[in-house]
Design a protein around this ligand. Structure first.
Ligand SMILES: Cc1cc2nc3c(=O)[nH]c(=O)nc-3n(C[C@H](O)[C@H](O)[C@H](O)COP(=O)(O)OP(=O)(O)OC[C@H]3O[C@@H](n4cnc5c(N)ncnc54)[C@H](O)[C@@H]3O)c2cc1C
Length: 198
């Protein structure tokens, strides 16, 4: 029996697996994700995870949940092709996984900024735990920060950068941002952190 295969082990994929088991779905459930990390909450990546070097990821569910509910996890496995005729997905390493039903829960990815220099090492993207770790370890050396984008990830992230800058004032000079929501509560709540910045 091939059961359900879910591509993506983010909030949507993991919650779907949980809901299926809650609804007494008995067939096999397999989550396939190209992210190597155990499924985690993304919102803390731009908040508590960014604020302290030793912060761990917040798992969406504990390991016991997957074991007890007989939900299989294939992590660090990219699906590169869907074979609808054969009812299977093909992975980057050439392996195939059969399904009776397939769910695509692949979320989204950060839109690449198309400007010269976008590929420089000091330009960071924030979408995954891998991105957040890279940015967090570079944070102490940041002097001038530009936040591009005004969604949840960025609007909640730049106050953390400001906070670390105030703790280490020599490490920070200015912050500029584009497209920040005009009435963002983060601006109001965190503008006080900006007042002492040279
Ligand atoms: C830094 C950050 C901060 C955020 N803060 C907030 C917040 O404060 N409040 C809020 O409401 N929302 C916030 N969000 C948004 C929220 O996290 C997303 O809405 C949510 O993660 C969407 O879940 P998802 O499962 O649909 O997609 P994702 O979390 O993107 O999961 C998609 C999964 O699919 C996998 N995948 C994609 N393609 C393939 C493939 N070809 N093969 C295998 N696997 C694949 C990915 O690896 C990933 O595991 C934030 C997001 C980020 C990145």
């Amino acid at each position: 029996m091939s059961g359900i295969v879910i591509i993506g082990a983010g909030h949507a994929g993991v919650q779907l697996a949980a809901s299926l088991r809650d609804a007494k779905f008995m067939d096999s459930i397999r989550l396939v994700s190209d992210d190597p990390d155990f499924p985690y909450h993304k919102p803390p990546l731009s908040k508590s995870f960014m604020a302290a070097e030793d912060k761990a990821l917040q798992p969406l569910r504990g390991e016991a949940f997957f074991t007890q509910n007989n939900i299989d996890l294939n992590l660090g496995v990219e699906v590169t092709k869907i074979g609808r005729a054969d009812k299977c997905v093909v992975c980057a390493d050439g392996a195939t996984i059969s399904y009776d039903r397939l769910v695509i829960a692949t979320g989204t990815s950060a839109r690449k900024i198309q400007v010269p220099g976008a590929d420089l090492p000091q330009v960071f993207e924030l979408r995954t735990a891998t991105d957040a770790r890279a940015m967090r370890s570079a944070l102490p050396d940041m002097k001038n920060v530009v936040v591009n984008g005004g969604g949840f990830a960025s609007a909640t992230n730049w106050p953390i950068i400001c906070l670390s800058a105030i703790i280490s004032p020599l490490l920070y000079r200015s912050i500029a941002w584009r497209n920040l929501p005009p009435h963002s509560c983060f601006v109001e709540q965190n503008s006080r952190h900006l007042k002492d910045i040279p």
